[in-house]
Design a protein around this ligand. Structure first.
Ligand SMILES: *Cc1c(COP(=O)(O)O)cnc(C)c1O
Length: 387
């Protein structure tokens, strides 16, 4: 099983490039919108940072998802791709004045505020523009996620959010500020989370915080549980659509929402990971002293997740049916960390073979760089390529 790659079309193209299977993307989006429609007070915002390819964003915005942005550049990119400004939420620990002003001028739906100094600056800038900013507080719930240490965000030691002990203090402050309106609580505990118990812990923590606020006669309109739902990197063909049923059931069964509260989600990886593959050619097969290397024309400048997070991606030789051999699959970049996978079992590789690095739709193209003066990878949608 080699997936459904149009090899003939690929042979016309320079490698490396990202290939996006829009059927999988659309199926994922349809599944999300079905779940959301069942419960009218749910709203899903796509986390732009996972993949900001304008062609993908057009498709995603057409399904009615909102946008979750973490920079001014992302707000502009979301607006350009057709996301309505009142569906845009803006998080980030270090929002600059310029970014805040961009959000205010476009009337975005919510600033997810991560500190007291940030709240004061938003109030001041909103005053200058004679407007009022809608703000939610990003609370650090001190809930661990069972995922890679670099991608947990909801522990007390992480830089994100406002500590739970400080929640009352910011709520007192916001009531004294004239140009900000407190509309919700925001959380985001990490990424690539497959253990639903982590989201149950988040729900329990939110219930405690809501009970605490109720005792102060405070009920906010919006609860935002962030993103983080993981995908199956081992089996992209068997499980192309993430386990959305289990995910949404956790919140349906464990989170106590008040009447009229809207529950917001910010999914990134789960939306786009499985639709993308990085396609490259084998430049050389090299016999080392103790190992055999498949040297690709793609490197960590194209896909940095293996080097940065020791992330696993399934790798396939989509040109060969010959018996499998063991290779270290590496890139051409002058760094020892430029390795996609050690001891990878691939169908016997030859110079020029196409190699597909699967499940690369999220945090792949978006994190590409020009290191070593390399060009950014190109990208093609399956729609464009089947000529
Ligand atoms: C990165 C991020 C997300 C998306 O995370 P995924 O793991 O890709 O779903 C959601 N919300 C915030 C605030 C983020 O920073």
């Amino acid at each position: 099983m080699k997936g459904s790659f149009p090899l003939e079309s690929f042979s016309q193209l320079e490698t490396p490039f990202y290939y996006y299977d829009t059927a999988i993307l659309r199926e994922t989006l349809a599944a999300i919108t079905t779940h959301v429609r069942e419960t009218r007070n749910y709203k899903v915002h796509y986390a732009i940072k996972a993949n900001a390819n304008p062609k993908l964003l057009r498709i995603i915005s057409a399904y009615g998802l909102g946008a979750d942005c973490v920079s001014g550049g992302e707000i502009q990119t979301a607006l350009d791709a057709g996301f309505p400004s009142d569906s845009i939420v803006f998080a980030g620990v270090g929002k600059t004045d310029k970014e805040i002003l961009l959000g205010l001028r476009n009337g975005i739906s919510c600033f997810n505020v991560e500190s007291i100094p940030e709240l004061e600056v938003i109030n001041e800038l909103a005053m200058q523009l004679s407007t009022t900013a809608r703000v939610a507080f990003r609370i650090n719930p001190d809930v661990g996620a069972h995922t890679h240490a670099n991608i947990t965000t909801g522990l007390a030691e992480n830089k994100f959010g406002i500590a739970m002990e400080d929640m009352d203090k910011v709520i007192d402050l916001v009531s004294r500020l004239t140009h900000v309106r407190f509309i919700g609580l925001h959380f985001h505990i990490g990424s690539q989370i497959l253990d639903m118990a982590d989201f149950v812990s988040l729900c329990n923590r939110i219930n405690e915080l809501q009970e605490h606020l109720s005792r102060r006669q405070i009920v906010v309109g919006n609860i935002n549980v962030g993103g983080g739902l993981g995908v199956d990197y081992q089996h992209p063909d068997r499980k192309p659509i993430p386990d959305l049923s289990s995910y949404f059931s956790v919140f349906r069964n464990h989170l106590k929402l008040h009447a009229h509260q809207t529950l917001h989600f910010e999914l990134g990886r789960a939306v786009v990971a499985q639709c993308g593959s990085l396609i490259s050619r084998v430049t050389f097969v090299k016999q080392g002293a103790i190992k055999q290397f498949a040297i690709l024309d793609a490197g960590f400048s194209d896909l940095i997740r293996p080097a940065l997070y020791q992330a696993y991606h399934k790798i396939e030789n989509i040109s060969s049916e010959e018996a499998k051999q063991t290779y270290d699959v590496v890139g051409p970049i002058c760094e020892s960390s430029d390795v996609f996978q050690k001891a990878s079992e691939l169908n016997k590789a030859h110079r020029g073979d196409f190699i597909a690095i699967r499940s690369a739709g999220a945090y792949g193209e978006a994190m590409a760089s020009c290191y070593n003066c390399r060009q950014l990878p190109a990208s093609y949608l399956s729609d464009e390529i089947h000529v």
